[in-house]
Design a protein around this ligand. Structure first.
Ligand code: HEM
Length: 500
């Protein structure tokens, strides 16, 4: 009798599993039918779509973004990719880029950004500024945060940019004396981390003087975790990866605990009537105050933004600086011209003023061209909720649209001889790129720290050119490493000499 019951239960369970699987397969088939009129690479399999190709590209040490460039060249400005039941449409058509990215009605794709809510189950960027897909949730935060990025406020940050860059110069003087090569990425990374700690949160940590800082390691681990968790849904399932997963979870915890402490310290300072800067932390607290925050949920959102500013506001600029140093090292004539401009504007003076920044025309071109070839945050996604015709192709609503600055900015169609590093493309008389150059994204969800980051990058690079000659150690790779953001694989190893 019991055996009979067990066999009935097993039968019904198997039938239920089979029915669910069948329904899922039918759904996948329906999704394929809906979008298969669009060009795109052949799927690896019916269910997995292109996931195995992505996994192979990630394992093979090649850059997945280069695969997207190849697909862009082969299949045109609109092509389709599948992952299980989801379809993602890659768009590199300037008109559609303008329409979608410039309009507030196309929201960030929640299915993409909610993957950064947690890292391996630990709350990470939650519903902070980058990840909030809901327009109202995002807009409230952005409106309150804007004053911390106004030109008046940014002007006042020149002192900090100068001070933190001077620390790097002091450090480089010591290195120059030893005549040994140094990894430039590690050093500029310390500067941008110091800057964000000081400018955003009023904390001075001096990472150049620290070896093996747990906080710096935690930021690094979180960035690595983002790639693993977002791009490989099966990573945490394999026991060989459990140690890494655990380390990443601890890193997230350390970051959020640090945020909690700094927020508490600032609250105490305010309660004690101390004069506090109107920095990003003040705005985060103001946000909480305006929203009448006191629930645990809202407290978590403050920490979401704490994490967001570390993730968004540091590596991206450090990587841009490293790529710029790499390209200047590879192109002596560009290096000479940039240095001549810096020397003419600064002479021997140490403190760079806000007005000086506006005069660095060629240096700005170098930085723009760096972000063209190496957009350190390579893309963004939007949710297409309604049908649209793009490049003559009807795209049914209900899919994710991917915009890759990396692909657009490396397409022959938009940038002649795209792999050539040529700052002349951004000469004032050169034609302006039309919605095919967007290293900071575009429209309402454009980077909040764009001006901030480029002020910081100019100060560091100008001081470097003014005071040192750097040459690349021969034989190193000029490849790109994808760690969520894009960075130079070699770390940019240089010999440093003081300028005579
Ligand atoms: C070279 C440096 C940087 C690059 C290339 C860059 C690029 C980007 C890109 C592409 C986005 C859009 C992300 C998306 O749609 O998923 C973004 C958003 C954002 N970035 Fe940056 N970023 C840089 C530096 C910074 C800095 C220094 C800060 C802060 C101090 C910052 C804060 C933000 C914030 C808060 C957002 C979200 C904006 C919103 O949705 O309202 N970024 N950035």
């Amino acid at each position: 009798m019991i055996l009979e019951w067990v066999s009935y239960i097993v039968f019904y369970l198997l039938a239920a599993v089979f029915s669910v699987f069948l329904a899922y397969c039918l759904h996948v088939h329906h999704v394929h039918q809906k979008y298969d009129h669009l060009p795109g690479p052949p799927r690896d399999s019916f269910l997995l779509g292109h996931v195995p190709t992505f996994a192979r590209a990630m394992k093979s040490d090649s850059l997945i973004h280069d695969l997207f460039v190849q697909w862009g060249e082969k299949y045109g400005p609109v092509f389709r990719m599948n992952s299980f039941h989801q379809t993602m449409i890659a768009v590199h058509c300037p008109e559609a880029t303008k329409i979608i990215l410039m309009s507030p009605k196309y929201l960030k794709d929640p299915s993409v950004y909610k993957r950064l809510f947690n890292l391996f189950g630990k709350r990470f960027m939650g519903t902070g500024l980058i990840t909030a897909a809901d327009h109202d949730v995002w807009y409230r935060q952005r409106r309150i945060m804007d004053p911390a990025f106004s030109s008046t406020y940014l002007r006042g940050l020149m002192g900090t940019f100068n001070e933190m860059s001077e620390r790097l110069m002091d450090h480089l003087e010591e290195i120059a004396d030893t005549k040994t090569p140094t990894i430039m990425h590690d050093l500029v990374n310390c500067v941008t981390l110091d800057v964000i700690c000081k400018v955003a949160f009023g904390v001075d940590l001096n990472f150049l003087k620290q070896t093996d800082s747990p906080f710096q390691n935690a930021v690094e681990l979180c960035l690595r975790g983002m790639v693993l968790d977002v791009r490989d849904p099966f990573f945490a399932l394999f026991p060989k990866n459990w140690k890494t997963v655990q380390q990443i979870k601890e890193a997230v915890e350390l970051l959020r605990k640090t945020g909690e402490k700094w927020i508490q310290d600032r609250k105490t300072a305010i309660e004690n009537g101390e004069d506090v800067p109107k920095d990003i932390l003040t705005q985060i607290l103001k946000m909480a105050e305006e929203e009448k925050v006191n629930s645990a949920k809202d407290h978590e959102q403050m920490l979401d933004n704490f994490v967001t500013f570390f993730i968004a506001g540091q590596e991206t600029t450090a990587n841009q600086l490293s790529f710029a140093i790499m390209e200047l090292g590879r192109h002596p004539e560009i290096y000479k011209r940039a240095k001549a401009e810096v020397d003419e504007i600064l002479g021997t003076k140490r403190d760079i003023s806000y007005e000086d920044l506006g005069k660095f025309t060629y240096l700005s071109q170098v930085l723009k061209e760096t972000l063209r070839l190496y957009p350190t945050a390579p893309g963004t996604n939007r949710w297409l909720h309604e049908d649209m015709v793009i490049n003559g192709l009807k795209i049914p609503g209900g899919c994710s649209v991917a915009f890759s600055a990396y692909v657009s900015q490396r397409m022959e169609k938009y940038f002649k001889d795209p792999l050539k590093f040529d700052p002349e493309r951004f000469d004032v008389n050169a034609p302006k790129p039309y919605y095919c150059y967007y290293p900071f994204a575009l429209g309402p969800r454009t980077c909040l720290g764009q001006v901030f980051s480029q002020m910081e990058a100019k100060v560091v690079l100008a001081k470097l050119l003014q005071r040192f000659e750097f040459s690349l150690v021969p034989g190193q790779s000029f490849d790109i490493k994808d760690t969520g953001t894009l960075r130079p694989k070699s770390g940019v190893i240089c010999y440093i000499k003081r300028c005579s």
